[in-house]
Design a protein around this ligand. Structure first.
Ligand code: ATP
Length: 461
């Protein structure tokens, strides 16, 4: 189970070992922005690839997509983001701290061991809760707030060189709308039959005011979203919804290796749920700062396609080839942030034991699959054999090389970044063509032929 101080340790390890760096650090940093370093980019990409394999490649009812970050501005009017994609924020008049009103309230009650959720409350209701409980500023401890105000999360920019109102566009706040606006082209160009889903992974942007929980919530993030289209007369939405819940749960527990005890489902209350959604459930993970949304699942009915029909004037109905029935499909939407999955995976894998730090990442997620060590760096014949093994394995996998210091230190360094296997080439290797493979988790070593190494790794991935 994650310990409270794990975030500090992970932030430090991430920077020291090249997973995640603070954003724009040489200019003093940029809040809620991060750079993914050489190891972080591998871990993030591996999570992405597993998502793609699970939900697109291995399913016959799913298709992939890569839509634009900048869509026609009307898309965001139709989707409701221009009018309603907003957080309620509040400023401390004494120390100028700006924060989300819902976070202020939730943290205040969480500190009293009284978890409450205020999503869906109006500005007036949030104001009232803050006043009634005299919730102080968490920074200066004064009670001197501005009224709660709405703040739109969409990032605005302009096309062309003249910043006129007509040229205003938005960076996408979610990837999902790209799926709806492409729906007609997909059904026209692909042989699709309901039910089927379209999934994509790409950057989304939100002008978030956050408490800086590392990469949990950032200004830009990699979103992985699916719209699963179906005919409500033919498919039972409750069954489809449960099947998606199971798929998401299986992915997190089996593929990402998360302990089920750190996961739970939370259903949105009527107040919290969007008016067009018939059911919304969040899969939550026990982050060190509390159970928080990891992955949202919502039954959005035919709301989105109908909104785009209204705003674009284009018919987005689906025609069933067999029966000729024409209708607007309904959708179920599983939506997750890859970066949030990565934060969870790092928290879940971080272990301190027997004087070492180990990141017990599932092997398929680990940045390096193996590390190759020549026993001594100053023996050319050892180095040459080790290099040939390193070059051979690198054709298929990311592999680390280390010839510095003693073997114990090299193991320690690889454990810390989650490398599952360490391969040592010693003097016996020169004669009998065998090497030692040391397992990260058990620390057991076994001697295997060099010729069997590729298969050894392949069997375990
Ligand atoms: P939250 O309540 O945490 O702000 P949300 O309900 O606004 O999330 P959705 O709009 O449902 O989130 O987005 C789907 C998923 O995208 C979330 O479950 C989360 O994993 C991810 N996500 C949303 N915002 C961010 C962000 N700023 N940084 C990283 N991931 C995000």
């Amino acid at each position: 189970m994650p310990t409270p101080d794990i975030m500090e340790k992970l932030v430090a390890l991430s920077k020291r070992r090249g997973f995640v760096y603070p954003g724009s650090e040489i200019y003093g940093g940029l809040a809620n922005a991060y750079e993914y370093g050489p190891l972080g980019v591998e871990l993030k990409r591996n999570i992405q690839n597993e998502w793609w394999k699970t939900f697109i490649q291995r399913r016959s009812d799913m298709l992939g997509l890569d839509s634009s970050i900048i869509l026609h501005p009307k898309v965001w009017e139709a989707s409701g983001h221009v009018a309603g994609f907003a957080d309620a924020m509040i400023d401390c008049k004494h120390c100028q701290t700006r924060m989300r009103a819902d976070h202020l309230i939730e943290d205040f009650f969480a500190a009293k061991d009284h978890a409450i959720n205020v999503e869906g409350k109006t500005e007036e209701e949030l104001d009232a809760i803050i006043r009634e409980n005299k919730i102080p500023c968490p920074v200066c401890k004064k009670f001197d707030w501005t009224p709660v105000r709405k703040f739109n999360l969409l990032f605005e920019t302009h096309i062309g060189i003249v910043p006129e109102a007509q040229s205003k566009v938005y960076l996408r706040g979610e990837t999902a709308q790209g799926i709806f606006v492409t729906f007609k082209n997909i059904t026209n160009s692909m042989r699709t039959k309901l039910p089927f889903g379209v999934g994509q992974i790409g950057k989304s942007f939100r002008n978030e005011i956050t408490k800086g929980n590392f990469i949990f919530r950032t200004l830009e993030f990699e979103q992985a979203e699916i719209e699963y289209f179906f005919d409500p007369d033919e498919s039972d939405w409750k069954k489809l919804f449960s099947a998606w819940q199971q798929s998401m749960w299986d992915f997190v527990t089996h593929v990402l290796g998360v302990n089920a005890q750190n996961l739970r489902w939370r259903e949105h209350s009527d107040e919290e749920r969007s008016f067009y959604s018939k059911r919304t459930e969040d899969l939550e993970y026990r982050f060190p700062f509390g159970f928080k949304e990891l992955w949202g699942l919502a039954y959005r009915t035919d709301y989105d396609l109908k909104q785009h029909m209204k705003y674009s004037g284009v018919d987005l109905s689906y025609v069933d080839a067999a029966s000729g029935k024409k209708f607007v499909p309904h959708v179920i939407e599983p939506a997750v942030g890859i970066n949030r999955l990565m934060a969870m995976v790092m928290i879940e894998s971080y272990v301190e034991e027997e004087g070492r730090v180990v990141m017990k990442l599932p092997a398929q997620l680990a940045p390096y699959k193996a590390a190759v060590f020549p026993l001594l760096a100053n023996k050319p014949e050892l180095v040459a054999l080790a290099k040939s093994i390193y070059d051979d394995l690198r054709k298929d996998h990311m592999i680390a090389w280390d010839d510095r210091g003693n073997i114990g230190k090299r193991y320690y360094a690889q454990d810390e970044i989650g490398t599952p296997w360490a391969i040592t080439i010693d003097f016996d290797s020169l004669h009998d063509q065998t090497i030692t493979v040391r397992d990260r988790d058990t620390m057991q070593q076994e001697r295997i032929p060099i010729a069997a190494l590729r298969q050894f790794i392949a069997d375990r991935l």
